[in-house]
Ligand binder design. Structure first.
Ligand code: 3H9
Length: 708
């Protein structure tokens, strides 16, 4: 349900309707609260108090929702009064009953406005939440104090620590709202509620006086449990523990003191690099969805999709498509392979059922949309086909020749190749304009990243279709140009090489992994290799052997392990030892002996590295290659590199991505590091021309994001 916005251009307008002062927040697209909205709200409440004809106040949002929160774009800029806490206090102090009528998003500061109101009604489709934690913040406009008083410590903590959104019905159950509207007509529902309150002479009912914390023992227990859980889980994040502290303050301090306590903690979070990193990540993942093609062209319609190949990747892609409600036809070369493909799909769903993420019925419904065939003619009606067969140019071209033969005109023909030249694939068929890369990451139904790889001859509407598909699959699409490894895997190859150099020079793989984890990655590079299978990288290294610069440093340790059949978890040994199917490995003295032997072979005298030295090299390699990728136009902007690493490679979100991180520590410092490392290995550590240029001009990567 969408409310029309008034012709008036003010961010907040109000008018008297039969004794109710209707206050409309009208700040497209999501009614984020900026200085104008804050001012407008205060003026409206002042007007209500001053007008004897106004007997109640109704706050509604114009457009698709109530209020999405404070305007995140204002963070980091000089604060303009009034502050949102002052606005909320003013609303709460209003002498007339104030009703918040909620449709769409009432998030963060938006929900805080509603909590400061005296009565709340929501309609179906409303999404309420306090998601500040996801931006490195805590609710800073009384949200920690009012939510705990309104719905109790446990429910408030769960809402704020998860940042999750709740629907109207759950909000009613929790006590966040007083009622759910009969219809989705938020305005009339709100107005009717206001008239009812006027008729019953209902007085303002202030949340600061609510009794949700009255059971002191239960509150104390909930706070202690949340603190213990948060200490275990929050991995260096600032705001979660502060949220717990604020709820404790709500229990122990008078309201006004609690508000002051909250404000101090909020400001500490707002000024932290974590907040800057998380807000950057928020905008980056929205910006990446915009490409020249999505601006200029309309996506083709996608209903039926084909997937060629039922291996791990093909099956994962099929699940991602099925989960988006699409009909999928899987093609395999014979019945046995098709059966295996289907079994792969079932296995993915069974694992989700075992973890209670889905019900068996969901699996049944999804599988009803899955068809299989051993002949390409079954793809005659497909709107889009994604090829996920063996990584070999001849094999892929053979598949595309078949697709060219059977697919209807206008069908989008996509390859999931990780590194092959898509221009060459496109050039091999009669309709290169329909060919693009859709590079999924394993497991394809889970990983958020989708690289939309844009070959030279592709039509704009085909690219737009790739982005539209990503939206349907709820993935973060990043536009990438054609090169070996596109954005993500190309960077991975370089920062892994930096890790290998560190290992050969004296750091153990276990120290490197630990240092990288401490930086915030969920796993270190050698744990990842063991998880994915060392044979994958080994095959890639063999493929590149012929074209490798003979002068480039090459570390043979990984090859040595693979030659012994130590591929990682699946073979019980890799960089780590995995006892009887265990998923976490133990350091292996034999691996260390192999490393020692390789060091001796390479004539390296091992030295020690501090953890921060490891991270500096690892990050400098990543940043430098990211800069090359932007410089060559493979990524549109630094933020595309950031989103790729955050959503596909476990880069810690609170650091924003490698390019944002580079800016945060100073690009000139990164350049100094690269030049210092170059003294040992000038071939590997060649400073990207983009970094050199930006530093010379006193600019940073963010300046390139802004100018896009
Ligand atoms: C807070 O409230 C702090 C307070 O506790 C204390 C203060 C003292 N500000 O996502 P979409 C933009 S912290 C500015 O594509 P959807 C967004 O960038 C805040 N801009 O739409 C995009 O711009 P563009 C707590 C915002 O329908 C456009 O709106 N609130 C904000 O898929 C459309 O957004 C949150 O964390 C904002 N707050 O999803 C909620 N929000 O068109 C953050 C959005 O130029 N927002 N924009 O690319 C969301 O979760 C989703 O945007 C929402 C809509 C669910 C609302």
């Amino acid at each position: 349900m969408t409310l029309p916005s008034a012709p008036d251009t003010a961010a907040v307008h109000h008018e008297l309707r039969g004794g109710v002062l209707v206050v409309t927040i009208d700040h497209a697209p999501v009614n984020a609260i900026n200085a104008a909205v804050r001012r407008g709200l205060i003026d409206a409440i002042d007007a209500a108090d001053a007008n004897p004809s106004a007997r109640a106040v109704l706050i509604v949002g114009a457009g698709r929702g109530f209020i999405a929160g404070a305007d995140i774009r204002e963070f980091g800029k000089p604060a303009i009064p009034p502050s949102l806490p002052d606005v909320c206090n003013r609303i709460e102090a209003c002498g007339k009953p104030v009703i918040a009528a909620i449709h769409g998003a009432a998030l963060g500061g938006g929900l805080e406005v509603a909590l400061a109101s005296h009565y709340r009604i929501a309609v179906e489709g409303a999404k309420l939440g306090l998601p500040e934690v996801q931006l490195g913040l805590l609710p800073g406009a009384g949200g920690t104090q009012r939510s705990a008083r309104l719905i109790g410590a446990q429910a408030a903590l769960s809402l704020m620590l998860s940042g999750r959104h709740v629907g109207a019905r759950e909000a009613l159950r929790l006590g966040l709202v007083d009622r759910v509207g009969q219809s989705d007509d938020v305005f009339n529902e709100g107005l009717a509620y206001a008239h009812e309150l006027i008729a019953t002479q209902a007085a303002p009912r202030r949340t600061k006086n609510a009794r949700g914390l009255a059971d002191e023992a239960a509150s104390v227990a909930a706070i202690a449990a949340a603190r213990a859980e948060t200490q275990k889980k929050s991995r260096g994040l600032l705001s979660p523990l502060k949220i717990v502290d604020c709820v404790e303050a709500a229990l122990n301090l008078p309201f006004d003191e609690g508000l002051r306590f909250e404000r101090e903690r909020f400001l500490e979070c707002r000024e932290s690099p974590q907040r800057a990193g998380l807000v950057h990540a928020f905008f980056a993942e929205r910006e990446t969805q915009k490409s020249p093609e999505t601006r200029d062209a309309k996506a083709r319609e996608i209903r039926a999709v084909g997937v060629v190949g039922g291996g791990t990747m093909g099956a994962g892609i099929a699940v991602a498509l099925l989960d988006a409600g699409l009909a999928v036809t899987m093609i395999e070369r014979d019945d046995a392979s098709l059966e295996r493909g289907r079994a792969h799909v079932e296995k993915v769903y069974d694992a989700l059922i075992a973890k209670e993420r889905i019900t068996p019925e969901t699996k049944t419904r999804a599988l009803q949309r899955l068809n299989g065939a051993t002949h390409y003619d079954a793809l005659a009606d497909a709107d889009l086909v994604i090829e996920a067969v063996f990584e070999d140019m001849a094999v892929k071209q053979a598949v595309f020749a078949e697709l060219d033969r059977v697919c209807k005109p206008g069908a989008v023909l996509a390859t999931n190749t990780s590194y092959l030249d898509i221009d060459e694939i496109a050039a091999s068929i009669s309709r290169p304009q329909d060919v693009l890369g859709l590079h999924f990451f394993s497991p394809a139904n889970i990983m958020k990243l989708l690289e939309v790889v844009v070959p030279k001859r592709v039509a704009a509407d085909v690219v737009a279709t790739g982005f539209e598909l990503a939206k349907k699959l709820r993935k973060v699409a990043v536009r990438a140009g054609v090169c070996d490894g596109f954005i993500g895997n190309r960077m991975l190859a370089v920062y892994r090489a930096a890790a290998d150099h560190l290992m050969e020079d004296g750091a153990s793989p276990y120290q490197i992994d630990a240092a990288v984890r401490d930086f915030g990655f969920p796993m270190g590079p050698y744990q990842v290799i063991d998880l994915a299978g060392g044979d994958i990288g080994w095959a890639a290294r063999k493929r590149r052997a012929a074209t490798r610069d003979p002068n480039a440093r090459y570390v043979r340790i990984g090859d040595e392990l693979c030659e012994r059949g130590w591929f990682g978890q699946k073979s019980g040994r890799g960089y780590y030892r995995y006892e009887s199917g265990a998923r976490s490995g133990k350091p292996d003295a034999e691996v260390e002996a192999i490393i020692d032997a390789e060091r001796a072979c390479a004539g390296v005298t091992p030295r020690t590295f501090r953890d921060d030295e490891i991270v500096r090299r690892y990050m400098a390699a990543m940043i430098n290659e990211g800069a090359n990728i932007v410089h060559e136009g493979i990524a549109q902007r630094p933020l595309d590199v950031d989103a790729t690493l955050v959503h596909g490679f476990g880069f810690p979100r609170h650091r924003g991505g490698p390019m944002h991180y580079a800016d945060s520590i100073g690009l000139a410092n990164v350049l100094d590091d690269i030049r210092a490392f170059a003294k040992e290995d000038p071939l590997f550590w060649r400073a990207s021309p983009l970094i050199v240029d930006l530093v010379a001009r006193g600019e940073n990567f963010a300046s390139l994001n802004r100018s896009s």
